[in-house]
Design a protein around this ligand. Structure first.
Ligand code: ADP
Length: 350
């Protein structure tokens, strides 16, 4: 939540507490006044009857009991004010303390985010230059096979590191809203096809990626951000499903939306975790028991990108095992869309 919005909520709560206290005090005092009026009237009646005085006689005003009643009423009034102010003070002090802690947290989160932004920027250029050097060595030198293999491994590691840095940078930008989506008309079918082929190439020895992509599905999207979301889902599917299994990628349209589904045959996501996994840094289980490496940023990026495009992402169960990640995006209504093909439900993707 943005700080200004939270401040507004805090001040509204504080104002509400103050106003309700005043209202409560006003009602209580009014009730006490009415009660006193009634008691005095009764007292006057009883006093005048007991002393054989006419009905409207006011000599009861000079009695000790009358003075006592008035004193008691006054002290009750001050008690209401006193207790009310203590209560009000405690509530307001608590609210202010909460607000101060929250502001500190926000400042810390901002600092961390800025740190992430600057450190990742700093990491990008040396990584690019290492990559270039390795590529040059590979091209220019006639190296023995084993040295070529070593350099190729280094190149792969550099790419992995660069992808990680990109993810961190991207997530940090999303978090502090410095990333603005530059929307253009994008052929989502081509984009999905391209990224599926790329990940298939990387996972050619372990997984089979099957595609069923309706051609020319057009959306208004930020190409870089959308590619990153698709890559994150595909990489997760590879990372979390056993070797030799198939990952099914399906792109279709449903009404005014495009529907991208990536289904794997991995362990699936438990019901209670289905919303949590989209939180920043959230990973299921703990570091000791987890075998797959990761940062917990991938699905946060997928969610931020989908929602940034007025779409949504969710996970459901695949049959008989695994999970299906679905991204729904509004179609680009400024272009003619392909005819809607048969639309299959979540559990029929694999
Ligand atoms: P990371 O993969 O780096 O841990 P993500 O944000 O991509 O972070 O995913 C968050 C968590 O969601 C993962 O730790 C994993 O437990 C779960 N998850 C993501 N994709 C899948 C999948 N395809 N199958 C099963 N679990 C998944």
């Amino acid at each position: 939540m943005k700080k200004s919005r939270t401040s507004l909520v805090f001040f509204m709560v504080a104002f509400y507490i103050f106003a309700s206290y005043l209202w409560w005090a006003f009602l209580l005092i009014q009730k006490n006044d009415l009660l006193l009026e009634q008691t005095l009237l009764n007292y006057q009646l009883e006093y005048n009857i007991a002393n054989d005085l006419p009905k409207g006689d006011k000599s009861y005003l000079t009695t000790a009991d009358y003075g006592e009643m008035i004193k008691k009423h006054e002290s009750q009034k001050w008690m209401v004010f006193g207790e009310g102010f203590v209560f009000l003070f405690l509530i307001l002090a608590g609210t202010m303390q909460l607000y101060r802690s929250f502001s500190r947290e926000m400042a810390l989160a901002r600092q961390q985010n800025n740190f992430l932004l600057s450190i990742t920027h700093e990491l990008k250029s040396p990584l690019a230059s290492i990559r270039l050097s390795i590529q040059t060595l590979l091209m220019r030198l006639n190296l023995e096979d084993k040295f070529q293999r070593l350099l190729n491994n280094s190149l792969d590691d550099t790419d992995r590191l660069a992808a990680l840095v990109d993810n961190i940078l991207f997530a940090a930008k999303m978090e502090n809203s410095t990333y603005s989506f530059s929307l253009e008309s994008v052929n989502l079918s081509d984009l999905v096809e391209k990224q599926a082929a790329r990940i298939q190439q990387l996972a050619k020895d372990t997984h089979n990626i099957s595609t069923d992509i309706q051609p020319n599905v057009m959306v208004k999207a930020d190409k870089i951000a959308m590619s990153s979301a698709i890559i994150n889902l595909l990489e997760n599917a590879v990372k979390y499903s056993p070797e030799s299994t198939t990952i099914a990628v399906k792109l279709n349209t449903k009404g005014k939306q495009s529907l991208l589904q990536i289904a794997d045959q991995g362990p699936g996501v438990q019901e209670g975790e289905k919303l949590n996994i989209f939180d920043k840094f959230y990973r299921v289980g703990n570091e000791e028991t987890r075998s797959a490496k990761g940062t917990g940023l991938g699905l946060f990026i997928v969610k931020s990108v989908s929602e940034g495009h007025l779409g949504k992402v969710y996970v459901s169960d695949n049959e008989p095992v695994g999970s299906i990640f679905t991204i729904l995006l509004p179609l680009d209504i400024s272009v003619v869309q392909p005819q809607n093909q048969q639309f299959e439900t979540e559990s029929t993707v694999s």
